[in-house]
Design a protein around this ligand. Structure first.
Ligand SMILES: [Zn+2]
Length: 243
């Protein structure tokens, strides 16, 4: 942990909370406008706790690595397994930061559309699902959502990226946005120990059309959903309606 940089935040005001890929960005006022970059890793959590001002602070919890004390709020970073990542950088240097600079576009922001996908897939032999999961191209599309997006777009996950037409790229970009937005609205797709700030598990799992549904009938055409291993990850698709 960059102890000096964190100490430099003392006395400053947190002006905004932001996000880039999996990094939470806490922006502070004052000279150089420092930004704390926080990655929760696999099991990290930020816990916001109301406390009485000017009273004795509660003890550190087990696995509490770091806390921010705002007087009437205590923000604790708790991670039982492994500390994800934490760094502080001046705002002006944020986009050049080693953890940020190679990240691709945000799928739910301007810049991710069929035109973009068509451009970045030209000349690429890699499977389209692999490309969609490549964080240097687009961030935040994991294995589940890549499989689901391909199904919605009627594109086989193992197709060479360069073979997609502009129309298919339009469909895939739109499907990715739709799948991610629905998953966020449902609170994520929890199979294991992820929970939201309200400690509820996500409900998107019941919306999945092909993921972990090998052998089931495709909800669109009735053919059987298939499974294969692609780059060490399970891939699911329907050979009836995905081309
Ligand atoms: Zn089908």
């Amino acid at each position: 942990m960059p102890a000096d940089a964190l100490q430099g935040l003392v006395g400053r005001r947190c002006t905004a909370l932001d996000r880039r890929s999996k990094y939470i960005l806490a922006r502070f006022d004052g000279p150089a406008s420092p930004v704390a970059m926080i990655h929760l890793g696999m099991t990290g959590r930020m816990i916001v706790e109301v406390v009485k001002p000017r009273t004795r602070r509660p003890d550190y919890r087990k696995h509490e690595h770091w806390r921010m004390d705002f007087g009437d709020r205590l923000v604790r970073f708790v991670d039982p397994r492994r500390f994800g990542a934490l760094d502080v950088t001046p705002d002006a240097d944020l986009n050049g930061h080693p953890l940020i600079r190679e990240l691709g576009v945000e799928p739910l922001e301007e810049g991710f559309d069929g035109e973009f996908l068509h451009r970045v897939t030209r000349g690429r032999k890699v499977a389209i699902k692999q490309l969609l999961m490549n964080a240097k191209v687009v961030v935040g599309v994991g294995n589940i959502y890549a499989s689901e997006s391909c199904w919605h777009a009627r594109v086989r996950p193992r197709r060479a990226a360069k073979s997609l037409t502009r129309r298919e790229c339009d469909a895939l970009a739109a499907a990715t946005v739709k799948v991610l937005s629905a998953a966020i609205a449902a609170g994520g797709t929890s199979f294991r120990d992820y929970v939201g700030v309200d400690e509820d598990a996500g409900y998107f799992a019941r919306e999945l059309r092909v993921y972990e549904r090998a052998g089931d009938a495709c909800p669109r055409c009735g053919d059987l959903v298939k499974r294969a291993v692609q780059q060490g990850r399970s891939t699911y698709w329907c050979s009836g309606c995905q081309r």
